[in-house]
Design a protein around this ligand. Sequence first.
Ligand code: NDP
Ligand code: MG
Length: 389
Amino acid sequence: MVRKIAILGSTGSIGRNALRVIDALGPDYKVVALTGHSNVELLAEQSRRFLPDFIGITDPSKAGELKERLGGAGGRILAGPESMTEIAALDDVDIVITAVVGAAGLEAVLEAAKKPKVLAIANKEPLVIAGELLTATAKENGATILPVDSEHSAIFQALQAGNADEVNKIILTASGGPFRKATAEQIEKVTVKEALAHPTWSMGPKITVDSATMMNKALEVIEAVWLFDTPVEKIDVLIHPESIIHSMVEFVDGSVIAQMSPPDMCLPIQYALTYPRRLEGISSHIDFGKMGSLTFEEPDRSIFRALDLGFEVARMGGSAPVVFNAANEAAVEEFLAGRIKFVKIVELIEHCLNIHDIKSKMSLDELLEADRWARGQVHERLRALERIG
Ligand code: NDP
Ligand code: MG
């Protein structure tokens, strides 16, 4: 049976890898919809190559250029952010790969969860900010959430070795990013270029900066809470610079199951598409004889303060993760634009959390309001700091 696939964010790092995986899987996997935001040239090229029925361009000002570039080839063009929800809602889609960056993907993934589809989730921010709503919606409507994030794919695979009540601990591994060995003084002077030079993974700019602050791992702790319905107390973070073990599960008898593979997102993407089967794919295999040593260390929580904040926010719940994520998105944008220092990112997140009154049991509108509030507070704070001078 042919599996019909929609990719939200096909022009990004995950989206491009997903297309490589689908291409290699052959005719049983068919792309029926793609979306991109600003990279019209690539979206047009992908559309000519994969001939989807629907092509979404979320930045509506680019729709004309897309139409021109396609010159009648490819499927129906949908423009604006709502193109993602329209595509996510299509009955004729079996698997939705969510590969957009940030909270922008929230409404679409919630829409996809209203039908009995497979949601292959790379876009972790919606799970962080609306984990309760998203998992409940999926459960109610028979949608299956499968992780694409490499750590969560690893945990998902390892969990198959035992029962849920036999899990003692989930050990999320982290590469430690480019500043694993940096001192507080060195971190002060980090440039955008340095933050974007990840030692083991090639990814989009936002998640690469998140890896450098370890915000990515903090977001992944919250992501794991919702994906695996697990208390945050059962989650540990361990630095593993080689990025070969993608995470581990320790069971009550002391047995630890680890998932290993070279650092390549094609494998977790493919597993989410072929689950529960495993198929030959394009990812390389480990050569243990040539691999060298695997090493582990504790994260430096005094330098990477985002990590403890993530655990705290997971415990607080309600609107705290929304503010945590939105403040980070706004601050990372400022950093990438060269307007703030690297260390300011976490300071701004802390500031927003400090002045926020946590609300619980929130509707989608309330979640979006808390998201807007935090982004506004980041800019407010930066203006205030500028005035002080
Ligand atoms: P990229 O920045 O490479 O790609 C982001 C994608 O989202 C692009 O298709 C981009 O379109 C689109 N996009 C950007 N802004 C918007 C918007 N406002 N509305 C709709 N679409 C938008 O990111 P990654 O592929 O690296 O990451 C995607 C998600 O996957 C993130 O949530 C990340 O945390 C997660 N992830 C990524 C991993 C990786 O290896 N890259 C690993 C694990 C998780 P365009 O380029 O056309 O502007
Ligand atoms: Mg990850």
